[in-house]
Design a protein around this ligand. Structure first.
Ligand code: NDP
Length: 479
């Protein structure tokens, strides 16, 4: 399917569609508020740079722990002095093993089975939890996809089995993930590239929904940022929901547990820093699964297309770089003073509170269409209108109350505070664990800018009214 064909399909739908309900037909041209159709040179350069460097960056951060006790500067100094070569560093790194391939195959297959074959029952007995079949947000072409939300259940089953193995069955060592870490890196790369390439080819040959495909005319950009919006196999295997949530995020807490088990094995104790990292990140992961239905309304699902950025990122970047703190603490078992540990815990919990409350306020506001209470008052908002690709006119509201009246993205600020807490739990011996806060700052500032660009295209002058009412993005008075 070429871009011309995809656009013609959209135009045809505009002429033929007769949407009822919330959407009205209009004669005006469709709004294009989804991802860009054309690529500027800056975006293209960034895409090519990332494609070329990101896999090496992940290797570097894992390798420096394996060979240099997590010192980021030492390999660079050795290279500079001629004491090491790229070849000698590469030769010392563990290579691909069939044992790791088996572990990874079992892991991914198990997650596929949990995702596809075990419909959610947890929502039937967990009050307040929204699982089972849920609606996604309206896509730029005007569709609303259905999703089977069973991530919390998958997480619970996986962790119950992990616990049962560690305590009773002893089929494998709880350090299994750490012990195979670099061989697993090669396996995750194979899956990451395979999935991204499959999604790329699928978009041309058999897209799930041609009207939501975006072809920019640049092969690198298409490969990296994706063409299909919501690629699926069959009715339910949704690539975005599966690869982001599982195997990546379910694995996150298991990886941390494996690191804690390794500390215990190596030193005979687990440090308070390792416990803090495990606890704070487990809160974040559990929050994600508890709110998986909410996740359907976030930018990953509502805006990003599925390409290398999400496919490879979810398979490789997320499990390896989001868990750097635990890895660091295996090699550097930092025991924090009580004051330091308490400060980290407080920062992490306050960050989590801001992150969760901000996201919750928007979710509540949107679900009830503004008929709710925010900070004890009826919320204020700006009425706005937008058009979908099928020409339908829709209405929405942008809240100007609560955290959303303080700044336009306080949820990102909360996330950054939590991220800083994970890093600070590792003490100040090396910069290695601090890569995460640097990365998250770049990710969320960039996300903030591109989200606002998208919202501005979607809502036009209504977005301008909102930014006039709430002038700051992340930090009131500063940015
Ligand atoms: P948001 O949840 O902030 O969603 C932005 C969207 O919300 C906008 O596109 C717009 O969508 C809507 N919106 C914006 N302003 C308002 C308002 N005032 N009132 C009502 N709706 C509004 O962004 P994300 O999806 O990026 O992030 C969700 C969470 O996930 C964040 O907390 C973020 O920190 C976290 N995150 C974490 C990552 C990680 O790697 N750890 C990566 C990415 C995100 P619409 O078109 O519907 O109007």
């Amino acid at each position: 399917m070429s871009s011309a064909v995809a656009m013609e399909a959209t135009r045809r739908r505009q002429r033929l569609s007769s949407n009822g309900g919330a959407s009205e037909m209009t004669e005006e041209p469709a709004g294009q508020w989804g991802r860009a159709w054309e690529v500027d040179w800056f975006s293209l350069s960034a895409v090519i740079l990332l494609l070329c460097t990101a896999p090496f960056l992940v290797f570097f951060f894992v390798m420096v722990c394996d060979q240099y006790q997590c010192s980021v500067s030492q390999p660079l100094v050795e290279l500079y002095r001629g004491e090491a070569t790229l070849r000698s560093i590469w030769d010392k790194a563990p290579s691909f093993t069939w044992a790791a391939a088996q572990i990874y195959t079992v892991w991914v297959s198990f997650q596929v089975v949990l995702y596809m074959c075990v419909p959610d029952i947890t929502h039937k007995f967990l009050p307040g939890y929204a699982g089972g079949v849920q609606d996604g947000a309206r896509t730029p072409a005007g569709l609303i996809n259905k999703y089977e939300i069973n991530g919390l259940q998958s997480w619970l089953i996986t962790h119950a089995l992990w616990y049962a193995n560690a305590q009773y069955f002893h089929w494998f060592s709880p350090t299994i993930i750490f012990d195979n870490w670099i061989p697993l890196l090669w396996c995750t790369n194979i899956l990451g590239y395979a999935v991204s390439t499959f999604a790329f080819v699928k978009a041309y040959l058999f897209p799930t929904n041609a009207e939501d495909c975006k072809f920019t005319g640049n092969v690198f950009y298409n490969y990296m940022m994706g063409i299909e919006f919501n690629p699926r196999i069959g009715k339910w295997f949704d690539f975005k929901l599966f690869f982001n949530g599982r195997p990546g995020i379910v694995a996150w807490t298991l990886i941390n547990l494996s690191y804690a088990a390794k500390q215990q094995e190596l030193y005979g104790y687990v440090t308070n820093s390792m416990i803090l990292v495990n606890v704070l990140q487990a809160i974040y992961v559990l929050d994600f699964f508890w709110n998986e239905a909410w996740y359907l309304k976030t930018i990953d699902i509502c805006h990003d297309h599925f390409g290398w950025y999400l496919g490879w990122g979810d398979c490789v970047w997320l499990p390896f770089l989001y868990t750097l703190q635990g890895l660091y603490l295996v090699y550097n078992p930092v025991q924090l003073s009580t004051a330091h540990a308490a400060a980290v815990l407080l920062l992490g919990l306050v960050g989590y509170y801001v992150f969760r409350s901000t996201n919750h306020q928007k979710d509540l506001f949107r679900r009830t269409e503004g008929k709710c209470s925010i900070w004890g008052k009826k919320p204020t908002f700006i009425e706005c209108a937008y058009r979908s690709g099928d020409g339908g006119l829709h209405h929405s509201k942008l809240m100007t109350s609560g955290f959303w009246g303080v700044a336009r993205h306080l949820n990102y600020m909360g996330d950054l505070m939590g991220s800083l807490a994970y890093c600070a739990a590792c003490g100040f011996g090396h910069i290695h664990p601090y890569f995460y806060i640097v990365y998250m700052t770049i990710l969320l500032v960039h996300r903030c800018v591109r989200d606002e660009h998208r919202c501005s295209s979607k809502y036009g002058k209504d977005w301008k009214r909102y930014t006039d009412a709430v002038p700051y993005r992340l930090l009131p008075g500063i940015f």
